[in-house]
Design a protein around this ligand. Structure first.
Ligand SMILES: CC(C)(COP(=O)(O)OP(=O)(O)OC[C@H]1O[C@@H](n2cnc3c(N)ncnc32)[C@H](O)[C@@H]1OP(=O)(O)O)[C@@H](O)C(=O)NCCC(=O)NCCS
Length: 137
């Protein structure tokens, strides 16, 4: 899994109980995952089809640095599946603590918004990458 972005929780991101607003985290995940999906599918127009369950395990407070990691976990004809983790980074201990994780599916679309196939060469490369990831645990 690789680091895709770091987001800082700002006062404008705060919701109830001085915690990061859950919708803000979902927005970060969606945007970041969209960039990863585009990179992996080698195509700029990737739309969010699906987001799996998101369990917010830890509260995020103002000035927390949230690192979002991701990897591709499957590829279909037109879709790309991703696994994502948001982790809070502690600069003192250099530890990362899992805040939430989820799976998302993106679909490659044309200018009219219709699904279109991932290029066969790209698909083949992704299948190899996913297999290698599984083999390396
Ligand atoms: C994404 C979208 C173009 C797919 O349209 P569609 O008519 O379902 O297209 P297809 O039938 O070709 O399916 C596309 C892919 O989605 C997958 N899919 C469709 N419904 C699914 C579901 N319920 N769960 C998982 N995958 C699903 C299909 O299996 C297919 O994947 P594959 O090509 O890798 O096998 C269409 O649903 C859409 O425009 N959605 C809105 C996207 C959007 O605006 N997102 C932003 C958030 S509001």
């Amino acid at each position: 899994m690789r680091l895709i972005s770091t987001n800082i929780c700002k006062t404008s991101d705060i919701g109830v109980n001085n915690n990061l607003f859950g919708g803000r985290m979902l927005s970060w995940l969606d945007e970041v995952a969209g960039t990863l999906a585009a990179e992996e599918a080698c195509h700029q127009n990737m739309v969010t089809l699906k987001m799996d369950e998101v369990l917010f395990k830890k509260a995020v407070k103002v000035n927390d640095h949230i690192r979002i990691y991701g990897k591709v976990i499957n590829v279909g004809r037109s879709s790309v599946g991703l696994y994502l983790e948001a982790r809070r980074f502690d600069f003192g201990s250099r530890n990362e603590e899992l805040v939430c994780s989820t799976k998302m599916t993106f679909v490659k679309v044309d200018d009219q918004g219709h699904s279109m196939p991932v290029h066969p060469d790209v698909r083949e490369q992704l299948i190899i990458k996913i297999k290698n990831q599984k083999n390396s645990g």
